[in-house]
Design a protein around this ligand. Structure first.
Ligand SMILES: [Fe+2]
Ligand SMILES: [Fe+2]
Length: 171
């Protein structure tokens, strides 16, 4: 059984993962409308992963005797200055999510909730990957500059790491 504190902070994460998913759909939509279908494809795929993260939390909360609340999600930005602007924001957002996950981990230690702590370890690893891949893409964007965006857009999907854990709902 989850304590109320853990249930609440996990529900907060449901909202943050849902927002992540919508943010990346919004960025994908901007890219699609800018003729950047490769970048749009990368972001749509990322949005699906975030949706899967949200479901992992929903199912975990319910499985442990809590009640998962599906939140209203705030409206993400819809205008971006450039592809570099998009991925700068992706990295910044992932760093925010990492801090958010770490906060839950810290609370599980305080509350001696080792089951939730164990559940969160998948997310701890996932955040390392998410930050690394956003940073790698940002580095490449800065290398290629605006003039080579056509080629970068064509190649970006090959930078996605193969997903091995998309069907599993609890860690
Ligand atoms: Fe996530
Ligand atoms: Fe993420």
């Amino acid at each position: 059984m989850l304590t109320k504190k853990i249930e609440n902070i996990c529900n907060r994460q449901v909202e943050r993962e849902a927002y992540s998913s919508n943010l990346y759909i919004s960025m994908a939509s901007w890219a699609e409308n800018s003729g950047l279908n490769g970048i749009a494809g990368w972001l749509y795929a990322q949005a699906e992963e975030e949706h899967m993260h949200m479901l992992k939390f929903v199912k975990y909360i319910n499985e442990r005797g809590g009640k998962s609340i599906i939140p209203a999600v705030k409206k993400p930005d819809s205008e971006f200055k450039s592809v570099e602007d998009v991925f700068t924001k992706v990295l910044k957002h992932e760093e925010f999510v990492t801090a958010s996950i770490n906060e839950i981990v810290a609370l599980t230690l305080e509350e001696k909730d080792f089951n939730t702590n164990n559940f969160l370890q998948w997310f701890v690893m996932e955040q390392i990957e998410e930050e690394a891949s956003a940073k790698a893409i940002l580095d490449k964007i800065r290398l290629v500059g605006k003039t080579n965006m056509y080629q970068f857009d064509r190649d970006i999907l090959s930078l996605r790491a193969p997903q091995t854990n998309t069907t599993q709902t609890t860690a």
